[in-house]
Design a protein around this ligand. Structure first.
Ligand SMILES: [Zn+2]
Length: 277
């Protein structure tokens, strides 16, 4: 089996989507690094990804959070959302950049159903990207800032932006003229059972739609809202994975874990947008 680093080079060579974060030039392999025509050198680490941040970012998201998140993603409660995304991207070939890819589940699901596509996943969290390379999908992964996406101008057919902050200026820059942004964002009742148990207000949808509408041409928005039964182990994983609970002590988290309401609500919008506003 290829090492993770060799896997990275294989996928980079076939997709050629990743570019130099400094000059946006193309990157070719030189030993265990990537190098652009302006001689910027980027190390590819043995875990099979590149890190474009000049210094580490402090994040409250750790390995345990992303492991819990993977457990929940695999439980099937997001199956309808990924199905809608795939429906928007029906063509046989294409390129996709997942901006804020987390631990890589969405991109990996996408590419397993669209095996002739290739992708790039970027996230600012190093622990997330370390887990993303486990999937061995047709993608390369990079730790990078969404405000400096390491993809060339007008190079991608699709940008995914799922439950993550956006960077619309960069999305415009990297999308092909007919390319699409698919943005998934929460509705008011998203994971409401956790908020109810904790006695905190429901999710405030706020200005996401208004902000999106002022930056992109929205073609369609699907509203997916379903309640799923939830097993004890999945409820415990949910408690651990949401940033909502990061301020709780271990004891408080464990108390909350014993209060499984038996169901969980998925309430998400899937917006399909083009750049031509
Ligand atoms: Zn360069």
């Amino acid at each position: 089996m290829l090492s993770k680093r060799e896997w990275f080079f294989q996928e980079h060579t076939s997709s050629n989507l990743l570019c130099c974060p400094y000059c946006h030039g193309g990157l070719v392999r030189h030993e265990d690094t990537l190098i652009c025509t302006n001689r910027h050198v980027i190390n590819v680490n043995r875990k099979g990804f590149v890190n474009f941040l000049s210094r580490p970012v402090q994040s409250e998201y750790d390995h345990a959070l992303f492991e819990s998140r993977r457990h929940i993603l695999d439980s099937g409660i997001y199956a309808e959302v990924i199905r809608r995304i795939l429906t928007i991207c029906e063509q046989e070939n294409g390129t996709v950049v997942d901006c804020g890819c987390g631990e890589g589940w969405w991109l990996s699901q996408f590419l397993s159903e669209r095996p002739k596509w290739s992708g790039v996943g970027i996230d600012i969290s190093r622990p997330a990207i370390e887990q993303a390379t486990d999937y061995r999908s047709h993608a390369v992964f990079a730790v990078a800032d969404l405000r400096r996406i390491p993809v060339a101008d007008h190079a991608t057919d699709v940008v995914l932006n799922i439950l993550s902050p956006a960077s619309y200026e960069e999305f415009h820059r990297i999308l092909k003229p007919q390319g699409k942004l698919i943005k998934v964002y929460p509705g008011e009742h998203y994971l409401q059972e956790i908020r109810i148990q904790r006695g905190i207000p429901l999710y405030n949808e706020g200005d996401v739609y208004t902000y999106l509408n002022s930056h992109m041409h929205i073609q369609n928005i699907d509203h997916i809202t379903t309640t799923y039964p939830i097993r004890h182990e999945d409820w415990c994983a949910l408690i651990r994975m949401t940033p909502l609970n990061q301020n709780l002590s271990d004891e408080e988290q464990s108390l909350l874990s014993n209060e499984n309401p038996g169901k969980i609500t998925i309430d998400l919008y899937v917006a399909s947008c083009t750049a031509d506003i």
